[in-house]
Design a binder for this molecule. Structure first.
Ligand SMILES: [Ca+2]
Ligand SMILES: [Ca+2]
Length: 550
């Protein structure tokens, strides 16, 4: 549908944000030049990294208010000092950035088109290394209104990898900035219902029913109600239990314990381990394999998998890990401290081969680490790490719930409290794509839901019971499992006032200077003198006065 004259609102008109008054900027590298130079309405000055490009350099901009935009142009204007590879993020608080809204390779003028965003902040981060500085003379923020229907998505494929989950992937519309509406029907050509809208090129339908045949189709959409023809509908029967490999790895990243001290553009390219291309690789240039060396992968969110495949580079063929331990984790602090312990390995002292197919129990995890356990007279070259689901025996994923993310612990600052007091329950780490709720004796506490923030979460507890934290995310319910429950619960006991360790005692015999408290603990020690009368609550711990509260 075209934008008619009757609704030619701002939504359907180009906007160039040329007035950057008040905009501020920050960057990871700005020793000699201000990041504000990238957004000062002046192409004759610039911000420079003043260091050759390595992954995860960044510059962020605060536009002071939320703006609608779908295009950013980075004008380098400085030789070859443009970004070799970038990821663009947006945010409304400058703290939570989520997944990239666009990734790609740069040029002297880097034009980044993406699905329309409403955000106050944007951040550009390098994804690869390059033997040049990174320079931005000026960054331009625009909203480009669509003028025609987008080209359709193509090559839609559907896979069912368990009895309630169907997964779809497709090739993006040739029109930049499109998002995608996913529709489902039980008829091949009618009665389609909208399941959701995404900006990426994959979708997981967690609401399918076992043994039902569905038809899925995808429609590319732009602002102003422009939309493509639907793709041809594809047919899938839920519960097919096909083997399955996660192909969309745009949000994945990797890191390694070793990087070459002087050739960063060559050895810092850890992303080549997870870029979906078997012909690109990271390697430990000039460094033979040593016990303790490691590589780690962050898949960006929790994935379910029971197989990991590790490909070394094809030439020479023996630069695969000699022997290693394999770990998985959901703990952000593990990722931050990849060199230290991740708890017990899932697989111990495995002898590597090129194209190492590692079958493991079904996992729900975000992070993977491979750590060498022997020295080997070869460099380490990793071309690609894949994870997936292999249908062996029982249909994987038939369980209505999946394991609680591992590695979390729940603690209480006090396990015994007096009536009217509260204890603090702490979950040691949280995932940003998961919601957590507090349960007492397996009953959810109303209103206790908290969104994961990557760090600690805390709740108050004021009643007796066994407290646990249950996580939910992406429409999936995580369930308790025996091992996790042990680490994941804490028991709180509330003692009524006037009983047990919460006894109150009267105080008498008040004289001008001295108060005698007529109470002694079980060891015969007199309570400390108090300066006024009143009711005192004495708390005990194994017969010893712990504290006295008026
Ligand atoms: Ca400038
Ligand atoms: Ca690769």
């Amino acid at each position: 549908m075209l934008c008619g004259a009757w609704n030619l609102s701002a939504q359907c008109t180009d906007i160039n944000y040329t007035d950057k008054t008040g905009w501020t900027a920050a960057s990871s590298h700005d020793i000699h030049s201000s990041p504000k130079n990238a957004v000062d309405e002046n192409e004759s000055n610039n911000w420079s990294s003043v260091a050759i490009q390595v992954p995860d350099m960044w510059i962020s901009v605060n536009m002071q208010e939320s703006k609608k935009f779908n295009q950013i142009i980075l004008e380098a204007n400085h030789g070859s000092d443009w970004p070799a590879g970038y990821a663009l993020y947006v945010s409304n608080d400058g703290i939570n950035w989520g997944s990239p809204v666009a990734t790609g390779g740069g040029a002297t003028t880097t034009t980044i088109n993406f699905v329309t965003q409403n955000a106050q902040y944007f951040k550009v981060m390098t994804t690869v290394g390059k033997d040049n500085y990174w320079v931005i003379a000026e960054a331009y923020v625009n909203y480009i209104a669509p003028i025609a229907n987008p080209a359709p998505a193509t090559d839609l494929k559907a896979t069912s990898f368990n009895s309630k989950t169907n997964y779809m992937e497709w090739t993006a519309s040739a029109t930049g900035g499109a998002s995608y509406v996913i529709e489902r029907s039980i008829n091949p050509s009618s009665d389609f219902e909208v399941l959701g809208t995404v900006s990426g090129t994959s979708y997981t339908d967690n609401t399918a029913v076992k043994d039902i045949t569905y038809f899925y189709r995808v429609i590319a959409v732009l602002d102003c109600d422009f939309e493509s023809a639907p793709t041809a509908a594809v047919e899938i029967t839920t519960g097919a239990c096909s083997d399955f490999t996660y192909d969309d790895k745009k949000a994945w990243k990797a890191k390694a314990s070793y990087s070459h001290p002087t050739v960063p553009s060559y050895t810092a390219n850890t992303h080549y381990m997870v870029d979906g291309n078997i012909n690109t690789n990271w390697e430990s240039t000039d460094h033979e394999q040593k016990i303790g060396d490691w590589i780690a992968v962050d898949m960006g969110s929790v994935y379910k998998f029971n197989q990991i495949v590790i490909f070394a580079f094809k030439d020479p063929t023996d630069d695969f890990p000699g022997q290693y331990n394999l770990y998985v984790s959901n703990n952000n602090s593990d990722w931050d401290n990849a060199g230290s312990s991740w708890g017990d390995p899932l697989v111990t002292e495995r002898n590597g081969v090129n194209g190492d197919v590692v079958d493991i129990p079904m996992q729900s995890a975000r992070y993977i680490k491979i750590q060498l356990t022997v020295d080997k007279g070869n460099w380490l070259k990793i071309a690609e790490i894949n994870v997936g689901i292999v249908a062996t025996g029982d249909c994987p994923g038939d369980d209505p719930c999946i394991s609680v993310p591992t590695g979390n612990t729940v603690t209480a600052d006090e396990e015994t409290i007096c009536e009217g007091e509260t204890a603090t329950i702490t979950l040691d780490a949280s995932l940003t794509d998961v919601t957590y709720a507090l349960y007492i004796d397996d009953v959810k506490v109303n209103g206790s839901e908290k969104d994961g923030n990557g760090g600690e979460l805390v709740w108050s507890a004021g009643e007796t019971g066994i407290y646990s934290i249950v996580a939910t995310g992406d429409g999936v319910t995580y369930c308790d499992d025996a091992d996790v429950t042990l680490d994941n619960t804490v028991e709180i006991t509330v003692i009524p006032t006037g009983t047990g360790d919460c006894q109150s005692v009267g105080i008498s015999n008040i004289s001008s200077e001295q108060i005698i408290v007529g109470y002694f603990d079980t060891l015969g020690r007199q309570l400390s003198k108090e300066p006024a009368s009143g009711v005192y609550i004495i708390k005990y711990d194994n017969g010893t006065i712990k504290k006295v509260v008026k």
